[in-house]
Design a protein around this ligand. Structure first.
Ligand code: NAP
Length: 221
């Protein structure tokens, strides 16, 4: 069954952190990279984030620093912890937001979120009590979504990469250091250097003080 193509986009410090120890990530990248991120948003059908990112950062996930239409917003939220006051739902934003939850998620919370205009989608859970991400992408494809920009956070990115569901990356590297903080990837099942995931056709573009790196992800098997 078909799924949308997925571009992973995030901003990291030079030492590979996507957030500080306290979870804050605003702002790792500079103004030029942020504008480029908004351009990238406008070229995708949907933006996807995990519930952790909604709760931590309360992003709007709209196109404001570039011209173009707002993509659909998709929040991966198994137990429906998204508050109806979240920026992706409030002030009419809900009509452009789909919240993906488990089949046993609270019916009352579904009604609360639907009242903001949001669309609720249920998908099965996998053996780790995570939402089945391939099933999620296939449902999006069935509903006409052919490209997804995955914008975080760490846990969702790790699951998506482990499931080999990321096709391209657009990584902003900012000349900042954080030391301890949130790493972009957790365990993606690689034990040894020979098995490192190789990115192909990388393009490195200076972007204000940052470097913007685009590349293709190809899985060995
Ligand atoms: N620098 C950047 O570009 C950037 C961008 C975005 C976020 N961030 C940072 O990332 C941090 C948030 O990351 P996070 O890891 O806490 O949250 P996250 O990845 O946004 O969301 C993770 C949550 O999604 C739910 N989920 C459902 N199905 C899943 C699956 N198959 N795999 C993984 N998660 C699934 C789980 O919640 P349930 O237990 O409810 O199922 C999980 O705890 C924040 O500090 C934020 O600032 C940085």
């Amino acid at each position: 069954m078909i799924r949308p193509t997925v571009t992973l986009a995030y901003a990291q410090t030079l030492d590979g952190r996507i957030a500080a120890r306290d979870g804050s990530s605003r702002w790792i990248s500079g103004a030029e990279s942020l504008a480029r991120t908004h351009q990238l948003r406008a070229s995708h059908d949907a933006i996807m984030v995990g519930i952790g990112t909604v709760l931590h950062d309360d992003p709007r996930l709209t196109v404001r620093l570039a011209t173009g239409r707002d993509p659909l917003r998709v929040v991966i939220d198994r137990t429906l912890r998204t508050p109806p006051t979240a920026a992706v739902l409030r002030d009419g934003a809900g009509v452009g937001t789909w919240v993906v939850c488990a089949e046993n998620a609270s019916l009352a919370q579904r009604d609360t979120l639907r009242a903001t205009g949001a669309t609720l989608i249920t998908v099965p859970e996998d053996a780790n009590q995570h939402l089945d991400l391939l099933a999620t992408l296939q449902l999006l494809a069935q509903r006409g979504i052919s490209s997804v920009m995955l914008e975080g956070g760490s846990r969702l990115i790790t699951s998506m990469l482990t499931a080999q569901l990321i096709d391209r990356v657009a990584i902003t590297v900012a000349p900042k250091l954080l030391g301890t903080g949130v790493a972009v990837f957790g365990d993606i099942g690689i034990q040894t250097m020979d098995h490192a995931l190789q990115l192909h056709n990388p393009v490195y573009t200076p972007c204000g003080p940052d470097i913007w790196i685009e590349a293709e992800v190809r899985y060995a098997h």
